[in-house]
Design a protein around this ligand. Structure first.
Ligand SMILES: NC(=O)c1ccc[n+]([C@@H]2O[C@H](COP(=O)([O-])OP(=O)(O)OC[C@H]3O[C@@H](n4cnc5c(N)ncnc54)[C@H](O)[C@@H]3O)[C@@H](O)[C@H]2O)c1
Length: 324
């Protein structure tokens, strides 16, 4: 019997890096007791500063009062002892490194230490739960609950069952995420990258191709993207965008020459004809060019300030969307 989503009052966040600490902010903000676990003391002390900075931003944006933020912070305890982290918790959100070997090791331990009715949800960005849950004695309680960074601000959570995940686990996870103010979407089939990262992989692959073959720089792509499609995508998904783009709606957008490669008007440019293939080696070389350009572009920028700016702006965008 799985836990009732409404009765979950404590969560273990396993892995306290970029995503793990942000889950902790969210769960404690909603009144839950949180145990933040990491193998590394250094990661936990870095999480301290990140937790404080995140609550400061939420207070500045009037999402919560300073007293509420202090109370939320006090509900989060940190530990490097996994048995202690899992003792008496009602839900586990795993955010360890994105490697099958490590995820399996973690899941073997989680399954041994957490009460059998507790859901073990993974933040994995692209991995298959079927491949992870196979090492556990209770695979039915293992599921993907994939957030977008930072999970305490961005509502999307993709819930993806593995082949051995029970329907009950999916329902509890979906209802719990909804209770946490998230916007859960349950994938109907398991797929690498789930839904959105499956699509984002294509976006990044083509962005690397454009930079690697000299069509545009990373800054030029970011500028064109955020002042164009990015603005619309903050409001609508790609299919709704397609519906509103052409007089003929979706039919025009999806079947016009941009997407229909059999069309006679679809003539490849010189760079497309002459570019080397998208082999793993070439993709890696193009990625190195992108990284070098991005690092040069941000050489004088404080990354922590940039993250604060991002979080403040995301909260403002959410306010604008909610105002409708
Ligand atoms: N960064 C993102 O934008 C993002 C978004 C959504 C999901 N995710 C997913 O979340 C997970 C974590 O990603 P991240 O960006 O927070 O990585 P990260 O490197 O920032 O954090 C990973 C943390 O796991 C810790 N760790 C290492 N071994 C561990 C173990 N055996 N048990 C517990 N913790 C361990 C590390 O010390 C580190 O603090 C990954 O599966 C990733 O795909 C990342």
């Amino acid at each position: 019997m799985t836990m009732n989503a409404q009765k979950i009052s404590s969560v273990a966040c396993v892995g306290g890096g970029t995503i793990g600490f942000s889950w902790a902010v969210l769960f404690a903000q909603h009144g839950l007791r949180v145990k933040l676990y990491d193998v590394s003391d250094k990661a936990l002390s870095q999480a301290d500063a990140a937790l404080q900075a995140s609550y400061d931003t939420l207070v500045d944006a009037a999402v919560m009062t300073a007293d509420e933020a202090a109370a939320a912070l006090a509900r989060i305890s940190k530990t490097t002892d996994l048995a202690e982290a899992l003792r008496d918790v009602d839900f586990v959100q795993e955010s360890g490194p994105e490697r099958y070997r490590i995820k399996r090791e973690i899941y073997r331990d989680l399954d041994r230490l957490a009460r059998p009715e507790v859901v073990l949800a993974s933040s994995t960005s692209a991995m298959l739960m079927t491949e992870i849950q196979s090492v556990t004695a209770h695979p039915q309680r293992c599921v993907v609950a994939h957030p977008y960074n930072p999970p305490h601000i961005v509502p999307s959570v993709e819930i993806v069952p593995g082949e051995a995940t029970s329907a009950e686990t999916v329902t509890v996870t979906r209802d719990f995420m909804a209770r946490m103010g998230r916007a859960p979407v349950v994938a109907r089939k398991e797929c690498r990258g789930h839904i959105v990262n499956h699509m984002q992989a294509v976006l990044y692959r083509e962005a690397l191709w454009l930079v690697g073959n000299g069509v545009a720089t990373v800054d030029e792509i970011d500028l064109a993207f955020r002042t164009g499609p990015g603005l619309r995508l903050a409001l609508m998904g790609p299919f709704m965008v397609g519906m509103l783009t052409s007089p003929g709606g979706m039919r025009d957008t999806m079947l016009d020459r941009k997407l229909d490669h059999s069309a006679e008007d679809d003539i490849p440019s010189r760079v497309e004809r002459e570019a080397p293939p998208r082999s793993p080696e070439n993709m890696r070389a193009w990625a190195e060019i992108c990284v070098a350009q991005m690092e040069a572009s941000l050489a004088d920028t404080d990354k922590e300030q940039l993250k604060k700016w991002r979080d403040r702006k995301l909260l403002q965008i959410l306010d604008v969307i909610a105002a409708d």
